[in-house]
Design a protein around this ligand. Sequence first.
Ligand SMILES: *[C@@H]1O[C@H](CO)[C@@H](O)[C@H](O)[C@H]1NC(C)=O
Ligand SMILES: *[C@@H]1O[C@H](CO)[C@@H](O)[C@H](O)[C@H]1NC(C)=O
Length: 438
Amino acid sequence: MRIVPVLLALTAVLALTSLSRAAPRVPGKTLVLLENYSLRQTHSTFFRQLQEQDFTLSFALADEKKLSLSSYGDRIYDNLIIFAPSAEEFGGSLTVRSILDFVDHGGNVIVAGSSSIGEPIREFGSECGFEFDEESAAVIDHINFDSKLDNGEHTTIVTDQIIDNKLIAGTNKGRVLFRGVGLVQDLSNPLTIRVLSAESTAYTYFTDEKISVAPHVVGSKTVLVGALQARNNARVLFSGSLDLFSDEFFNAQVNVAGATASPSANRDFAISAALWTFKRSGILRVSGEPKHHLAGQTTVPELYTVFDQIEYSLRVEELVDRNWVGYQGNDMQLEFVMLNPYLRLTLNNTGDGVQHASFQAPDVYGVFQFRVDYKRTGYTYVQVHNQIPVRPLQNTQYERFIFSAFPYYASAFSMMGGLFVFSLVFLYHREAPATKKN
Ligand SMILES: *[C@@H]1O[C@H](CO)[C@@H](O)[C@H](O)[C@H]1NC(C)=O
Ligand SMILES: *[C@@H]1O[C@H](CO)[C@@H](O)[C@H](O)[C@H]1NC(C)=O
């Protein structure tokens, strides 16, 4: 009788494990913070396209009570969208500090600003290397503005300065509509990426004031959309414009003076930048352990000897349409390092993502590292380190006679010969006895 509940429990456990094995969870839990619920209508296409890509969106007002990104130190969400440009503070336990913690724990964030930008968004931007312009400033362009959508202030601008990277911005080229605040990239931060810039005729200033001081930023230095890929591969996307994601701009025709109307590129641009930010493209991983061994062998030795012929290989995979496939790139490099790299070799891609190198160990002994440190815009970082000692030749491994030592051999033998001759002379030479003179 007592065996029945045990059996039941066992089947339940088995069913659960097989379930979790059947469907690998795609990280897609997303919290969407809105300024007001009317954004769900005005930005419905953007949200719907994310839902079609298996993101589960939980909507909340930015100042809602009980907001939290983590529970007992674990992230609750994979991604965060902040569509609340003018929020002066967030609800619940949400602060700029907790959003930064979320990024530190690997969470991805999309933030959109507008000309009425609040302090928390600006602070978060400057922590991540992008300075939003001041409140009520806007990007203005008196040449490249949209003649239909603009209200006369020339703040509904048009640009085609999209980053040339298909992982981030997709392949579709076109012109993007933008209305909002400009960003300044912190050029000393190497992790920031400029995704969309303004045309060279743009500048950012207050729309209702005469220009009395130099604008904060002018021309193509004005960043409209910027991204940060943190060292832990978490991604953050900053857009100066919330309207860039709106249905109105997704479906609009771009009308610039002197050019024929064409559909805006906003939809493709925004969706592919969002999918990149939420780690659906540009993801690399190392599959298994890197292998290294002597040429002609397969086992990993405990150490190498100087001049050994070493084979190194590593399999790298890329996430394409949610499947892991062998990485196609052939610009990965291997370094053989002891403090400094003694060798830097470009790995040969031998198919199916296997990166391979064959090289001779240098004539230096010590503790070396095989090091692959791969950083490319749009891809997650690949860093692999393996330590291995390299020892000098053993006594028995040297050549017996070294050509360049012949002068020394010659001097040793000539010394011996000389001594022999000297001994003979010393032993057998007899001076003639001195003859008396008188
Ligand atoms: C909702 O927020 C947006 C973005 O700030 C704003 O443009 C819009 O006027 C707001 N709508 C309402 C009904 O308050
Ligand atoms: C890559 O392949 C080429 C041609 O087979 C070879 O000459 C080169 O040494 C290889 N590179 C490495 C690092 O093994």
